[in-house]
Write a protein that binds this ligand. Structure first.
Ligand code: 13P
Length: 252
């Protein structure tokens, strides 16, 4: 019924030195089984070119950066542009991760600018949203996620929006070993899809891939991915080990 893509993306965050990153990418290439699932490796900036070479022969294996700058180029010491990312073979850019929102004070407006820059450079944004624990405890999680999604994405044209992947990552489940229950994930994913349907229509909503992130492991991936509105995962810790990551891909 749905024609949306299944995607399992690893977010290596700030882990692995250059050689370790290349080793991990080689292990993934060696053991990845052919399937329709799109598998994405989200590597640190300096790994991107090396990983790009390693994965280039594998059709459904893609490369993501974990951030970008919102300007085209210029005097922004220490920053990385979307043009640079595209030039080393990036397909996706992870944007609005809660760690970027929390530690680097990225606002919905800034993330929106990065989404547009990423699209303009011909790459696909993996747009992250999700609430902190106190927000969920107060019952305001849908309200907060709706604001993130609306301010981050909803001024895009339908054509641009159709290229966006959304990742719901409840902050209380990231790196904590506590996973959202399949029911909690499904409920939020269905809610996000309803927001998209309201704004862009049912067809686009049904075509939007919505990934779950937060302590996804080989042991819980299948149950999470079997939910109707969960189209894959954004995996942190477990993506640092090729066997665990590939077991999660296989669960898709
Ligand atoms: P963990 O899988 O380590 O909880 O991290 C999730 C995440 O933040 C992926 O972007």
């Amino acid at each position: 019924m749905s024609h949306r893509k299944n995607i399992v993306a690893g977010n290596w965050k700030m882990n692995k030195d250059y050689e370790e990153g290349r080793t991990l990418a080689r292990e993934v290439v060696a053991k990845l089984q052919p399937s329709d699932t799109i598998v994405v490796l989200g590597a640190p900036f300096i790994h991107l070119k090396g990983v790009s070479h390693i994965i280039s022969e594998v059709n459904n294996l893609c490369l993501a950066a974990q951030n970008c700058h919102q300007e085209e180029d210029g005097a922004y010491t220490g920053e990385i542009s979307t043009t640079m990312l595209r030039s080393v073979g990036c397909d996706y850019v992870i944007l609005g991760h809660s760690e970027r929102r929390d530690y680097f004070e990225e606002s919905n407006q800034l993330i929106n600018a990065k989404v547009k820059k990423t699209l303009a450079a011909g790459m696909l944004p993996i747009f992250c949203c999700g609430e902190q624990l106190p927000v969920r405890e107060a019952g305001d999680h849908e309200k907060l996620v709706a604001q993130q999604v609306k301010e981050g994405l909803f001024d895009l044209s339908a054509e641009d929006f159709s290229k966006v992947v959304i990742a719901y990552e409840p902050v209380w489940a990231i790196g904590t070993g506590v996973t959202a229950s399949p029911e909690q994930a499904q409920e939020m994913h269905a809610f996000i899809r309803s927001l998209v349907a309201e704004h862009y229509g049912e067809d686009l909503a049904n075509a939007t891939s919505i990934l779950y992130g937060g302590s996804v492991k080989p042991s819980n991936a299948k149950e999470l991915f079997s939910q109707k509105d969960v189209d894959g995962g954004l995996v942190g810790g477990a993506s640092l080990n090729a066997s665990d990551f590939l077991a999660i891909v296989a669960a898709m």
